[in-house]
Design a protein around this ligand. Sequence first.
Ligand code: G3P
Length: 218
Amino acid sequence: MKFFLDTANVDEIRQGVEMGLVDGVTTNPTLVAKENRKFKETIIEIAELVAPGPVSAEVTALTADDMVSEAREISEWAKNIVIKIPMITEGMKAVQRLSKEDIKTNVTLVFRVEQALLAAKAGAYYVSPFVGRIDDIGHDGMEVVDEIIEVFDNYEIERCEIIAASLRHTDHVKQAMLLGVDIATVPFKIFEQIFKHPLTDIGLKRFLDDWEKVKELV
Ligand code: G3P
């Protein structure tokens, strides 16, 4: 499974890249707005940090024509930029046009399996079901991911990767792995947490304490 960081914070991305095992980054307008910086310079800096891994940057236009123009411009900023397009009818028109121009898209705000199939059919390179937000309304977000895996398998869809998004805790990451999802995009805090276990720290401390007692004999 690939790990993407779901953040627009360059310090977090720098730390994640130094830790290794980061395969890409996803952003959205909310995450970019939190940084209080210009969109273009933020995305360019992220793209440099994570290259050659992909960086998803989202359009904010609402018509296919405007989305396509915005996507063309954003995709010029760096080779590894993927355009995030919302799962609306205009968005799917844009995805079809962008796919013919070899501009990679990540269809976002996916909440049901039917939407994922339409996105793949339109030519999306990635599809992003929002697990946490589905859980928030009392349904099972991972069940939707499971359904998407099954349906993509039924139709032998290989060119569209599934990104488990809106992950809120390490158990979501575990469930994504068990389902065999292609990619999990996680906030930096969760990425740090999945490296850790209290018994690892306790065990390491004990090893080092014991070593301290005998090190002169070695
Ligand atoms: O990748 C999608 C993600 O940014 C949304 O997460 O926590 O706002 O539902 P959340």
